[in-house]
Design a binder for this molecule. Sequence first.
Ligand code: FAD
Length: 573
Amino acid sequence: EEPKRNLLHWFRKGLRLHDNPSLREALDGASSFRCVYILDPHGDVSQFGINRWRFLLQCLEDLDSSLRKLNSRLYVVRGQPEDVFPKLFKRKLYTDERMNERTDGRTEEGTNERTDERRDKRTDARTNEGIMNFTAQYSQETRTANAEQTYFAIRGGKVQRVDAESAVEAESVGSSKPHFAAKLRICPPRHAEASRNPRHDAEIISENDGTPPLTFKRFQSVLSRLDPPAKPEDRITLDTICQCKTPTLLAHDDKYGIPSLDDLGFDTSGLSSNVFRGGESEALQRLQGHLQRKAWVASYEKSKMTSQSLFPSQTTLSPYLSFGCISPRLFYWKLHELYRKIKKQNDPPLSLHGQLLWREFFFTAATNNPSFDKMEGNAICIQVPWDKNPEALANWAEGKTGFPWIDAIMVQLREVGWVHHLGRHAIACFLTRGDLWISWEEGFKVFDELLMDADWSVNAGMWLWLSCSSFFQQFLNCYCPVGFGKQADPTGDFIRHYLPVLKAFPAQYIYEPWNAPESVQVAAKCIVGKDYPVPMVNHAEASKLCMKRMKQVYQMLLKMRAKVQLPKQIAYK
Ligand code: FAD
């Protein structure tokens, strides 16, 4: 007889119940089900800024509340997976659950177990000594090789991090110890990927002769030869889990509750109000709201930037996509249906569909390139001899460059954790090829900490792009930290919002306060050099020098290519 299969589902980067193929598949035939989220201090969260943490905790709260509707709960555990799982597998959960059972015959609120079922559970706990099945969602664990995935295997009762290939082999590793046997159920890569990408990287790469397409045109041409993405799967409901018990603890919140920012030791006193509430529910609502704005979706065009678009005004779905609160397949197909109805829309890359394709483009480009976020060892990165200038880097990161447009965007990044796409362009260009000539790797790290939507591949890919280190090579154009801002927001209200010290400056001078006559500075109660920094560079001179240096790099690259016939995207050393 098949042993009972008690399912422990490990949520990682697919924090949702809709379109969750790995969970759905694992539920099939399971007799009980529990969901775990691990807050691993050495994992992804180690470099999260406070906004990203807040967003994550809200995602977990939302997930917990959805699981309550299934009479279950989310078990949040702090620690490293290697340590956490053996403890959970040693039936600690079960022991705790039994100890917490009430003696008065009533069950805990939100539990769907009746008394007889609770009795069953004791038996269950014994039979469970056979096999506990464990499903993990292997989507997008960052900073590791192999398409951002870390695989965990259980060997000799120990959970270990392994690479993708050996994880496959680990599938057969199983019930070696009689009383502690955990069989690793490998979630097929296609399921893992579904939570982050509409299509499969491997298919795209194989269609492109084994390498990721490195231009968007090529990427589109490869996609045109592939099937469209699979349709999203239905939401997990009470019906889906009807055969499963969903044991919970009376002391759940004490033992496995979601910590607050204060519990985690954050100083929340200066925290700005929450523009984005994390979680699947909010993500679905937002998507629905956008889809009702049919004309807006139809005429969506990325390159437009108005004063309004400096505040969240696109779909702002990126943090939700990044944490997997919303399925990109759902987004893709909802857009598809809408386009079919309205029959008119811009084509990619400008359309909203196109934005999702960009996301996929970078995921694919980063596949099998563990150095995608670095210069060293990154075959598609041009080796630009950037300067090291920690002081200038700190001024940029803290919004103290003396250019109000750049500083306001940096403050928005720090306070809100989200910046409009072209705002990101402005600050990235300023740091790298535009003014400061500092490596894109430094900018990547700052974004990685502060952006709520930070995605390893997209973030690194865009920095490679913006710094002319890969993908894009029109280095003779760079953004002016004054003119670009004036164009986007002629009134300067964006600056006033994020840099209150400049709020009394008239529009005429707000982008260049250093040019304001002393009387204007006195009237505005802001003296440049005292209350607000003087610009750290002369933009005209700095950008000219940067362009000259970039031109030299590319000339050298061309010479190298001519000699050794390097493929177009391969860097020289
Ligand atoms: P919308 O315009 O509404 O687009 C819908 C979705 O498409 C987005 O949510 C996002 O998932 C995707 N998308 C849009 N533009 C891009 C793009 N250029 N590349 C890839 N996907 C895109 N985006 C991230 O999601 N994570 C990052 O870490 C990230 N880092 C960036 C770093 C730099 C230097 C730059 C210039 C851009 C970066 N972007 C990143 C891309 C882009 O700025 C954001 O995706 C976008 O601003 C998010 O806002 P939105 O959700 O309103 O986008």
